[in-house]
Design a protein around this ligand. Structure first.
Ligand code: BES
Ligand code: MN
Ligand code: ZN
Length: 499
């Protein structure tokens, strides 16, 4: 898709359709809306005055223009609710709504007027990222009723703005939006087409295309490193496990950041059947998205390879299937992790923490100074927070706050859960150092307490994305399916960290 910015007046912009944000208190009696109203013979004021269009969030009013003074022949008003609540997230969603709506009307090009106050580059970036994310469709394997229409050009239109700044924002928005969709595409693939080997291949393609270094550890190397925890999960599967290690290094080492190495670690279970502790059949097909943490890492690395921040970043993804077989790990078995810690496996369905344990230890061995891991780790997190907030826990409050604030900036919400040391009592084992489940209470927290055993004193934050990585319902700005949650937050976090 072609994206750009324009500082021309709305009448002159060369696009098939013009889309503009409208707030609840708008009257079309001054400014841009009035200009559009006059140019269209009063269409805008009429839908507002008759209350046909109330500018509720996600609401639309759509017109074909016969002889108007606009170069564009179609006009779309997009409801944005309260003006005061119009932030980055709302700007992105508005653009997503516009892009989805106009594609469904077979428009090929659109100019979007965001009417966001303040930072032009940020507004431009949010519009383009939002439009690209809005256009994502999960229907790859449909042969009929597939969305074949294509919106091929999106212009951010802010009259009188500096076009260079507009275009810079648009380009950054393109990188971010495409990387989020890249993550969503990976998460959406069925297990048969997204094995650890294939996921590693996709990571290699990204590394090659955008200039990252990559190392993929195979089973032999993992055995040599003593990664018994990760290998205990892959035992039951015929597909070999892979440990993907991507690295981004800034071209010029910035003195301020020379000793820093941020590690992103993402759970890559390409299908989670539960193993011997088999899951119930209902919704099990969704467990193809149990590699979303890994996909988030790869998508984020894809973006930062292009955005080139000033800090070094490691992207690590432990990848395996979790299947039952005659070779599979059994409840009661004891595994020895790379750190030497022994783990009693109570439930083979608590496999995410097992693969992450060795991946976190490996991140530390590679010199990570801060660790952020992300995983579809527990069903309990969606009981606690639903699909609105991502759970965040960890050992370093400033790191946690940094992620929450970056999330706020891009409109992704995180809610911190406590991680007091007492929770670790729940994962003490009678036979080994620790066990992999902590009973019914506080399931999201005891999963994090398990990971903490491998993080030790490295500053660490953990994102449990099990409730937010998949959208059960479509919205005007988003198809149903994988959401790409946390990619934008992590990109924003890294850019802030490199300032
Ligand atoms: N991948 C699941 C968690 C999950 C559940 C993700 C629903 C997305 C939607 C994870 O491996 C798992 O099975 N966790 C168990 C842990 C339990 C056995 C302690 C769970 O949450 O039930
Ligand atoms: Mn599981
Ligand atoms: Zn899982």
């Amino acid at each position: 898709m072609n994206v750009t910015g324009s500082s021309q007046s709305c009448k002159k912009i060369d696009a098939q359709a013009l889309a503009i944000a409208v707030f609840k208190d708008d009257k079309a009696d001054h400014g841009l809306l009035k200009e559009l109203d006059v140019a269209t013979g009063g269409l805008v004021s009429r839908v507002i005055e008759t209350e046909e269009f109330k500018a509720k969030e996600g609401e639309t009013a759509y017109f074909h223009l016969a002889d108007s003074e606009l170069k564009a022949h179609r006009l779309l008003l997009i409801g944005c609710g309260e003006r005061d609540a119009y932030k980055t997230q709302q700007v992105s969603q508005m653009a997503g709504t516009a892009a989805r709506f106009l594609r469904s009307k077979n428009a090929k090009s659109v100019a979007i007027i965001p009417r966001a106050e303040g930072d032009v580059e940020k507004a431009s970036q949010s519009v383009i990222a939002g439009a690209i994310m809005g256009l994502f469709e999960p229907d790859k394997y449909r042969t009929k009723d597939k969305e074949k229409r294509e919106l091929s050009r999106v212009v951010v239109a802010i009259e009188g703005a500096d076009e260079k700044v507009l275009k810079r924002g648009a380009e950054r928005g393109r990188i971010v939006g495409e990387s989020v969709n890249f993550t969503r595409d990976l998460a959406n693939e069925p297990g048969i087409f997204m094995t650890p080997t294939i996921l590693a291949e996709r990571a290699k393609e990204v590394a090659k295309e955008f200039g990252l270094s990559i190392d993929v550890l195979d089973q032999k190397r993992m055995e040599k490193l003593g990664m018994g925890s990760l290998l205990g999960v892959s035992r039951g599967s015929d597909e070999p496990p892979k440990l993907i290690v991507l690295k981004y290094q800034p071209r010029k080492i910035d003195k301020r950041h020379k000793d820093e190495l941020l590690a992103l670690v993402g759970k890559g279970i390409t299908f989670d059947s539960g193993g011997i502790s088999l899951k119930p059949g209902e919704n099990m097909e969704l467990m193809k998205y149990d590699m979303t943490g890994a996909a988030t890492v790869i998508g984020t690395m894809r973006a930062i390879a292009q955005l080139k921040p000033a800090i070094s970043v490691l992207g690590i993804a432990p990848c395996s299937e979790n299947l039952p077989s005659g070779k599979a790990t059994k409840p009661g078995d004891v595994l020895r992790a790379m750190t030497g810690k022994t783990i009693e496996v109570i439930n083979t369905d608590a496999e995410g923490r097992l693969v992450l344990a060795d991946a976190i230890a490996y991140a530390k061995q590679l010199g990570a100074t801060r660790i952020i891991d992300m995983a579809t780790l527990t069903g309990a997190v969606s009981i606690a927070l639903g699909d609105v907030n991502t759970g965040i826990l960890g050992t370093d409050q400033s790191l946690i706050d940094g992620v929450i604030e970056a999330g706020r900036e891009v409109g992704e919400r995180f809610w911190q859960l406590p991680l007091d040391k007492e929770y670790s009592n729940q994962i003490k084992s009678d036979i080994a150092d620790i066990k992999n489940t902590g009973g019914k209470k506080a399931g999201t927290i005891t999963a994090a307490a398990f990971l903490k055993e491998f993080v030790d004193d490295t500053p660490w934050a953990h994102l449990d994305i099990a409730g937010t990585a998949w959208g059960d319902q479509a919205t005007p700005f988003r198809a149903k399916g994988p959401t790409g949650i946390a990619v934008r937050t992590l990109i924003e976090f890294i850019e802030r960290a490199s300032r």
